[in-house]
Design a protein around this ligand. Structure first.
Ligand SMILES: Cc1cc2nc3c(=O)[nH]c(=O)nc-3n(C[C@H](O)[C@H](O)[C@H](O)COP(=O)(O)OP(=O)(O)OC[C@H]3O[C@@H](n4cnc5c(N)ncnc54)[C@H](O)[C@@H]3O)c2cc1C
Length: 382
């Protein structure tokens, strides 16, 4: 049975020092007008802001210098991303590449892929999407049907991905593809490919979300060619590599800070003299936030130690996304303001955004039910 251990990770002084560096950066960006106070931080696509982050050394921070990295620790990265998220920085362009794709390429990519892609990600000039879900395959990822067939020098890819965030503005996708017919072992015969979205045989079509914006897409592959040098890891080893990617996807501060701006603004609107009901609700939210943050830093510590805490990551995502969904509900109840779509006060806009986007928080990156299944398996209950 899995034993959960969320060690208390003390952030060393050198790590805390970085916090001030990020705050200085944010102040500079605000002064220059390049970072307006916005909601939807890590989903908000702003290529110019990503380039500024790249120039400052805030992308690919943990990677080797020869690939454009800074050779910083996972805890240092944690502090930088946490500060940027707390300030509502528009991190969406580079977010996936920095959070997970770059690690995949570093850990499993060919030398050619590392050299071609990682320095551009670190510079904030190369953006990557996640090609896992398909029209009939979301939670049951092993059922993907996009097919890779071997050809001279690489693979021919056919199939459809869906809900692919930013595919219309990313340079690459990391796609999970079936490269051998299914057998009794459903997890065998899968592989991960780096797909160059600028090459022929890829059609990207918009899917407009509940909020009315075009963030995700349907991506159709028709005889799209992927060269051997763009295969991640071993052919047939995709289930293992995609599992490693999900740890990075699930347990960072982005999984509990999507509505952080709404929380801050709610506290500002409520003011210092709150009644007992509001004090109680606020205290509960802040205490939960502190706890989930501690769990998330603990995961950064485990990753730094070379562990693969996938059960713990599932737990953090489940608790964290439940909290970020709860924040707008709680304050909607406490503050008599109508949510709006940008034509009201800042609070009303944040409330409108949070309310319409929050159903997606517990879907993207693995639904609650699936995460609880992972946790239950870890506990030996299934
Ligand atoms: C904002 C947003 C962005 C996204 N971006 C991306 C992206 O960039 N790339 C990408 O690949 N995907 C992306 N997704 C897709 C996301 O990963 C899937 O929506 C998710 O994995 C669920 O898959 P599904 O939508 O097919 O739902 P289903 O798998 O069809 O699930 C439907 C419901 O059934 C439940 N369910 C399914 N199986 C079980 C089970 N075994 N036990 C109990 N309950 C079960 C689920 O929990 C869910 O409530 C995004 C989704 C959202 C909302």
């Amino acid at each position: 049975m899995h034993e959960f251990r969320f060690d208390r990770v003390a952030l060393p002084a050198s790590v805390e020092a970085l916090r001030q560096d990020v705050r200085d950066f944010i102040a500079e960006q605000r002064a220059a007008g390049t970072m307006p106070m916005r909601h939807n931080s890590w989903h908000r696509f702003d290529a110019d802001f990503s380039r500024q982050c790249g120039l400052r050394g805030y992308i690919g921070m943990t990677w080797p210098k020869r690939y454009g990295g800074q050779e910083k620790t996972k805890l240092e990265r944690f502090v930088v991303t946490e500060e940027l998220l707390a300030a509502g920085g528009p991190l969406g362009a580079h977010w996936v590449a920095d959070r997970q794709s770059g690690h995949q390429i570093l850990a499993h990519g060919t030398e050619a892929a590392r050299q071609a892609i990682l320095p551009r990600i670190a510079a904030g000039e190369c953006f990557i999407g996640i090609g896992m879900s398909e029209p009939d395959t979301g939670s049951d990822l092993a059922a993907v049907k996009t097919r890779g067939t071997p050809v001279e020098g690489g693979w021919r890819v056919n199939g459809t991905k869906v809900w692919t965030s930013n595919a219309h503005r990313a340079h690459y996708l990391i796609a999970l593809v079936r490269t051998a017919a299914p057998t009794e072992d459903r997890h065998a015969g899968l592989s991960q490919f780096i797909v160059d979205l600028s090459k022929p045989g890829v059609t990207v079509r918009p899917v407009v979300n509940l909020y009315g914006s075009h963030d995700f897409n349907e991506v159709v592959f028709e005889d799209h060619f992927v060269p051997d040098e763009m295969v991640l890891g071993q052919i047939g080893g995709g289930w293992k590599t995609v599992g490693g990617e999900l740890v990075y996807e699930r347990a960072g501060p982005d999984r509990f800070m999507s509505t952080y701006q709404t929380l801050l603004e709610s506290m500002r609107v409520l003011g210092p003299d709150v009644d007992d009901r509001a004090a109680c609700a606020l205290g509960r939210i802040v205490a939960h936030l502190a706890t989930v943050r501690r769990m998330s830093t603990s995961i950064a510590g485990m990753l730094e130690a070379g562990r693969e805490p996938n059960v713990e990551a599932a737990l953090v995502k489940d608790i964290g996304t439940t909290l970020e969904r709860e924040i707008p509900e709680v304050f909607r109840d406490l503050i008599a303001v109508e949510p709006s779509m940008g034509d009201g006060s800042r609070f009303s806009e944040l409330l409108g955004m949070s309310t319409l986007r929050s159903p997606g928080f517990t879907l993207r990156g693995g639904t609650r039910e699936i995460l609880r299944g992972v946790i239950a398996r870890g506990l030996g209950l299934r």
